[in-house]
Design a binder for this molecule. Structure first.
Ligand code: CA
Length: 231
């Protein structure tokens, strides 16, 4: 199973070391950034599954980093947990107001943070914490890398598998070709947007084999969605 990738943004070396160790032990892949600029750079390079963001950072504050992440169209839904040493209620509200999904007040135990991370991932990225994702008569077994439709095995290439996984994580939502390129191919890979059409066509052919109802909706000039409601 794919390990969720957590980016820790914190300038206190001892805390980074502690969190890194504990998150790895829990089966997460961990990245580190010591300030906001580095964090924004790393997020553009590779999308984390969740960001643990310290409020008090040199130069850019955690709040400002959070706002900038939310302004990036492709990362506006990125799960963020804010670390704060301040306890005031107004600050907490400001923390959530800035777009953080949750906050943890320092000092905290690593197990408390791990529990919060798991809760946020369960809520926002259910596919990461579960063994399989289902939608309509489709089922994707993440550990075995297998897909079935109405119980019958469907064979997908690796790109089609990732594409379907992305659709399954956001059923019903329309994605542009550019969004799909970023999510499935990654931002540092140069691929023409026509390539997306090619892979969507292959995915569609595999899913619809045997004359089954089409689960992929083409939204003219907008993109594609996984959507069983119209079929
Ligand atoms: Ca700090």
């Amino acid at each position: 199973m794919m390990k969720p990738y957590i980016l820790i943004v914190e300038d206190e070396a001892a805390l980074i070391t502690l969190l890194h160790y504990n998150l790895e032990k829990e089966g997460f892949e961990v990245g580190e950034a010591v300030d906001g600029e580095e964090a924004l750079f790393m997020i553009r390079e590779r999308r984390p599954d969740l960001v643990v963001l310290d409020w008090m950072l040199p130069s850019l504050s955690g709040i400002e980093v959070c706002r900038r992440i939310r302004r990036m169209p492709e990362h506006k839904n990125l799960p963020i947990i804010m670390l704060t040493a301040r306890g005031e209620e107004t600050d907490r509200i400001r923390g959530l107001d800035s777009g953080a999904d949750d906050y943890v007040v320092k000092p905290f135990s690593p197990s408390e943070l791990v529990a919060r991370i798991k809760a946020v991932l369960r809520r926002l990225r259910p596919a990461l914490s579960e063994e399989s994702i289902s939608y309509s008569d489709l089922r994707m077994d993440l550990a075995a890398h297998k897909v079935t439709r109405d119980g019958a095995a469907i064979h997908l290439g690796p790109t089609e598998f990732r594409l379907l996984r992305h659709f399954l994580e956001h059923p019903g939502r329309v994605f542009s070709r550019e969004q799909l390129l970023d999510a499935v191919w990654g931002q540092d890979v140069y691929v023409e947007s026509r390539t997306v059409d090619v892979h969507v066509r292959r995915l569609r052919q595999a899913l619809n084999a045997g004359g089954r109802a089409d689960l992929i909706r083409t939204v003219r000039s907008a993109g594609y969605a996984l959507d069983a409601s119209e079929s």
